[in-house]
Design a protein around this ligand. Sequence first.
Ligand SMILES: CC(C)(COP(=O)(O)OP(=O)(O)OC[C@H]1O[C@@H](n2cnc3c(N)ncnc32)[C@H](O)[C@@H]1OP(=O)(O)O)[C@@H](O)C(=O)NCCC(=O)NCCS
Length: 362
Amino acid sequence: MQYAAVTGWGKCLPPAVLTNAELATVLPTDDEWIVSRTGIKERRISHVRLEELAYVAASRALAAAGLQAADLDLIVFGTCSFDDQVPNQSSGLQLRLGAMSAAAMDVNTACTSFLYALSTATAMIRSGVVQRALVVGGEVITPLMDWTNRNVAVLFGDGCAAVVLEASDTEQGVLAEKLGCDAAARGTLVIQGMGSRYADFERRLGVTDWVFEGQEIFKRAVVGMSEASAAVLAAKGLTAADLDLVVPHQANLRIIEAVARRAGLPAERVFTNVHRYGNMSAATVPVALVEALEEGRVPPNGLLLLPAFGAGLTWCAHLLRWGPRVLPLAQSEVQLPPCEHTALELVKSLISRRAAAVGTAV
Ligand SMILES: CC(C)(COP(=O)(O)OP(=O)(O)OC[C@H]1O[C@@H](n2cnc3c(N)ncnc32)[C@H](O)[C@@H]1OP(=O)(O)O)[C@@H](O)C(=O)NCCC(=O)NCCS
């Protein structure tokens, strides 16, 4: 039996931090509301494109695995905020890395994109199509944010992380997964302004309006993540007591707490970092996984559960067996270019450019 072991991991967070208090200077909101409703205290605003974040995260993941980019057979990039739709995001990363033997594909299921990408790469390794894969989850969503809409602008941030998968004979990597989509609710989260239906010359592409039914998403997210989690545990004859750590999608602390309560999981076995980054969509689970490793929360051969949901409304849960190694084999020297601006300056620039674009739209 062939498995797809996780042998490398790396993250890249843009350095510019936007606190709730800073956000409250451009929007009618406040720290108390944001923290009490979501658990979010700050988020990152990227000064570079997604490809740059991914290049750094991927270089770190390859170093952790002790591999060169040329060793990769496959790159699967999970994102919904591509730098370009054509050509795809993963081909840009392939070129930056010099991973010239790799096939390169994107997966977009919104916030679950990394996990669907993990399933894709795992399946291709297990079926013998490829031996070594890089799986990326990353978003630079802040340029697509409607910074005038406080219902959504407080929730999201930018970031990226990647893992390396390698074919293995030992029982490692994804052991079970459950994927699904609650498409009846696809209208609860729509970013209008991205996609060919908006190439009608009536508005500037990229000037977005977010349709966002927060409470409906909340309820369905809790149900989807809980049912998927129960299904993967049942598939392997396990219970929540067998899990070493749960690394859930980080959209809202109250959603995570509700899922943990339903599963009977104590808080110390649930990893959270939503307070630091907000919802980074496809990046939340891989960034949290990397930070759980950095903080020594993943034991050798540990059993992890990764539940998530996203627009669509896609949902999923993955049961993941970690390997014996929880430390990177090497570190990468690759860094982001320096950021010359504060996060607030970056956001103010986005706000004024959007206002100018709206003002000049036909
Ligand atoms: C978005 C979310 C935090 C909103 O929390 P909520 O408790 O449902 O809050 P509501 O939307 O009912 O709004 C309550 C009040 O706060 C106000 N409000 C909304 N956003 C606000 C903000 N940023 N600051 C201050 N007040 C705000 C609303 O206008 C409303 O005021 P009203 O009662 O006078 O009309 C919550 O629904 C949520 O997390 N949903 C899941 C969304 C998600 O994770 N999406 C990710 C998709 S992958």
